[in-house]
Design a protein around this ligand. Sequence first.
Ligand SMILES: C[S@@+](CC[C@H](N)C(=O)[O-])C[C@H]1O[C@@H](n2cnc3c(N)ncnc32)[C@H](O)[C@@H]1O
Ligand code: SF4
Length: 335
Amino acid sequence: MTDTALCYTLCVKIINIRMRDAMLGTKHSEAPVPGYFNYPTAPQFSAAIGAETYGEWLGGLPANDSVSLYIHIPFCRSMCWYCGCPPTITRRDAPIQNYVAALRDEIRLVSELTPQALPVSDVHFGGGTPTLLEPKEFLALMELLRRRFAFRQKTAIAVEIDPRTFTTEMAEALGAAGVNRASLGVQSFDPFVQKAINRVQSVEQTAIAVENLRQQGISRINIDLIYGLPNQTMQSCVQTATVAVAMRPQRLAVFGYAHAPSSNKHQRLIEKAALPDGAARAEQAEAVAETLVSAGYRQIGSTTSPCRTTSSHWLRKAVACGATPKVTLPTPAKP
Ligand SMILES: C[S@@+](CC[C@H](N)C(=O)[O-])C[C@H]1O[C@@H](n2cnc3c(N)ncnc32)[C@H](O)[C@@H]1O
Ligand code: SF4
């Protein structure tokens, strides 16, 4: 494996239960393990585990075991001040194109080290904002993955989307590439909160993104919301959740804002005095949960990630949400 491969090892992650056990040095059933998105976990990163070891792990994967592929696109056009997974901010396309070229090399290298074209159960494009790729770049990337791995009819292919930069052309590319799940970042529809987090996103932008995805046959849509943000109130959280469910996403992920300005310097731009306290956060979480339950969603899980983000995940019950209620978000009162 070359130096390039080493540098970019993290942009393509292959996740397989046996490989994970090799990394952790134990059987998964014998160890308390953190979220799936953190393999190898921070303590496993060391100079002792280099390209050779990684290559051996890849070579040792059983040919018939399916794997999940995580493809990371770490770029955004602007910085949301709350962001806990800070990307590289760029207005230019050249850095993204250079990265995609390295990503393609990495996909080739990784796939050459596995015993044969491994079956793929899941592909996840995360970020950052994966939909900043040019539509043709995304299509070519999916084509390469399909050539190097064994996709199945039911392989889940998911993409994280920022509705503010999502175009109709990109929606068409996702549809043509066989993407069947999409996750949209919303956080809050309240303009007063949006200003305090440097993420101004209209309800219309989100609704258009949802519509464009559905036009392409991508109906498994998730919306991300956050409570505990600056200027957020219980009422504002309920309004946001109400507008979100009116878009009938199949799922919602509700995160508690994790404020860690010592490691995420841009979070220092958030005024501490504007953050709700613990009691207010708990009320907001509960109020959002009640709104989702009464709109016909049920909680399917909750997690706490190593970066202290708590999240709950909600699934729409099939029968409960047939109609689309008409909802408008009232203008928030001035502070
Ligand atoms: C990696 S981001 C990708 C989504 C996409 N870039 C966007 O923002 O539209 C995934 C989700 O993590 C959540 N998130 C990011 N930073 C967070 C923080 N500090 N605390 C809680 N949740 C956070 C947000 O809900 C966000 O939509
Ligand atoms: S768009 Fe998503 S990944 Fe990018 S800065 Fe905002 S929250 Fe973070």
